[in-house]
Write a protein that binds this ligand. Structure first.
Ligand SMILES: [Zn+2]
Length: 254
């Protein structure tokens, strides 16, 4: 599909060159040159866009349950505390781990699995600034290097989450070749930009519905006042509403 978007963009540029050469229709030429790039930019940078790569953003369920996903770990201080919190609430979660961090903390990967949670794939190096323009071989390395790390820890991820939800042009085929599917979110906690755990929790609780995929984080990207505490408040809020945290089956995802 990225090829069709590219052809559309190049065709617009060709029309623009013709218009600039043979007419005085300058605004029209500029529009033909730049506007066809907007669909590509939308597909790459909008996390819930679906054409470059199918992204699951919720799951079907008749029950009061949500999918809690925790990105950017493992982290030597946060992950053990989060595991304790989840145990205390009888909650299951998926940890979208970064390969190079998992390599530093292999024991945490096996501990996540031992406590009956799931490991998801969040690239090897979390290349926020460059993933969107990465070549096919670079995308492959980000996936394969992390897969090797996760396999050493006993994990075989089914799900992939792009860094900050930004996709690469070549992501769809790279994921398919490795049996991975892309998961986004329906509720964003914004815990990476907040300093107040109560605000993070109330933002989540305002938006959460049965079948929501809740996005939270661990590690140094969080303010010290928010780390782990925000997740505790969210778990308390979900318990008050009698909502369970589950890991959905693949066929439930939408
Ligand atoms: Zn991330």
């Amino acid at each position: 599909m990225w090829r069709a978007l590219l052809v559309f963009s190049l065709a617009g540029k060709a029309v623009a060159v013709v218009l600039w050469s043979f007419s005085s229709f300058h605004w029209g030429a500029a529009a033909c040159f730049f506007l066809p790039d907007l669909p590509i930019l939308y597909q790459v940078f909008v996390p819930s866009s679906q054409i470059l790569c199918r992204v699951f953003t919720r799951f079907d369920t008749p029950r009061q349950e949500v999918w809690l996903t925790i990105d950017d770990g493992p982290h030597e201080e946060d992950t053990p505390q989060i595991l304790e919190l989840l145990d205390r609430h009888g909650a299951r979660a998926t940890f979208f781990l970064i390969g190079e961090r998992a390599e530093r903390h292999p024991g945490l990967v096996s501990e996540i699995l031992r406590r009956n949670h799931e490991v998801g794939h969040h690239t090897q190096t979390h290349p926020v600034a460059s993933f969107w323009c990465a070549s096919p071989s670079r995308v492959g390395r980000e996936l394969d290097d992390a897969l090797r790390v996760f396999e050493r820890g006993g994990a075989s991820p089914r799900w992939f989450r792009a860094p900050v939800g930004i996709k690469s042009l070549f992501l769809r085929s790279a994921l398919r070749a490795r049996g991975l599917a892309c998961v986004g979110w329906s509720v964003r906690s914004l815990d990476t930009v907040s300093r107040d755990p109560d605000r993070v929790a109330s933002r989540v609780m305002r938006s959460v519905r049965p079948g929501s995929i809740v996005l939270m984080h661990e590690g140094r990207s969080l303010d010290s006042g928010v780390r782990v505490k925000a997740l505790g408040r969210v778990l308390d809020g979900l318990a008050e509403r009698k909502m369970a945290c589950v890991v959905p089956r693949p066929e439930q995802l939408r």
